[in-house]
Design a protein around this ligand. Sequence first.
Ligand code: LLP
Length: 417
Amino acid sequence: MLDSNLFPYCDGTLCCEGISLQKLAEEYGTPLFVTSRNSLVNQYRAFEKAFEGLDHFTCYSVKANFNLHVIRTLADEGCGCDVNSGGELFRALQAGVEPGKIIMAGVGKTAADIEYGVRSGVLMLKAESLSELRLINDVAGGLGKNASVGIRINPNVTAETHPYITTGDSKEKFGVDETDLDEVFALLKALEHVDLVGLDMHIGSQIFDADFYHAALEKLLDVLAGARSAGFNIRYFDIGGGFPVTYDPQKPATPIEQFAEKLVPLLEKTGTTIVFEPGRFITANSTVLLTRVLYRKRNHAGKEFVIVDAGMTELIRPALYQSYHEIVAVCQHDSVMVADIVGPVCESGDFFARERTVDRVEEGDLLAVLSVGAYGSVMSNNYNGRLRPAEVMVDGKKARLIRKRETFDQLVQNEMF
Ligand code: LLP
């Protein structure tokens, strides 16, 4: 749910901070992602406040929104980054994040990714298998360096969320099984170019119940004791991301303070620096997607369709996870209608809402799809020859283009005759 102080209606028109979204749509065209800079800063600060007093370090999970300006805004606040690939590491470094504040994750890092991470001097590479540990050792040795590593544990805790975004269950590909840890520790002793400095978990995303973290943490505390008795000096304890946000006002997210209250007593027991990797919590409600109504039509069954100029190519979450995003008219109305809000892509799954009661709109009107700052633009694609949209960041009364709209030439630039 957006912060109405940062996305207020001014004279009947939805604004981002001090700027009318209608004006932005006219200036930059649609579809358009519009981000409130102050929303990012407020969310980061709220997260920090919830965990103040705990020895911790927050690494924003760049995968949620990797725009350089978003990363830079958070880095300016002192935040580090969690990256999942060489490409995300490149983005974080381009945005000016210090390598010593970057953690490199990823279940399938290539030798090139690992080499880039080690050469850059990231704080820690997370390893998810015995084979990966051997590869990190080989790559670091080849560079004449030692790599600091963390082991991602799969705690076998099934967090309640969409099945595609639960990651701490032993059915999933992530992490090392608790039962393999003796072998992992033995291997680590034998490898000369890796230093075990951290333990890690990430049990999923949009998790409403802190009990799932609690259950996983209890298991990790046993692993920590095991690692210490095996002689390892564990300095970081990374509990991943997954903290929830409100998309649907009917289903409010558990406040972050409740997570802190429940988890801090356990985290303090570790005697380590706790690492958090929030993504969605920081960015989800910072951004809206502006889209224009192209057509309205009603079919023989009386179904009303609103066809807009954005679709699953710009925001795939409804199609992929059946996720709910609020949709409002940019120019306020007092009448509503029941309609499917659908995109222009050639797929029946290309919808933002079905049978939804929404503000009445006519062809040419603007709609705002809300809470799209996490896993929105980053998951956009060129299917159906669609151009990735432009992105604008607003700070008070200033708006800045932070990503240009793609062009037809860019669609074919890597293809050769
Ligand atoms: N750390 C790791 C290792 C992760 O894999 C993720 C997310 C995060 C941190 C950040 O999680 P967050 O705080 O944002 O929940 N595309 C999906 C979400 C996929 C999450 C993938 N991993 C969606 O739109 O819901």
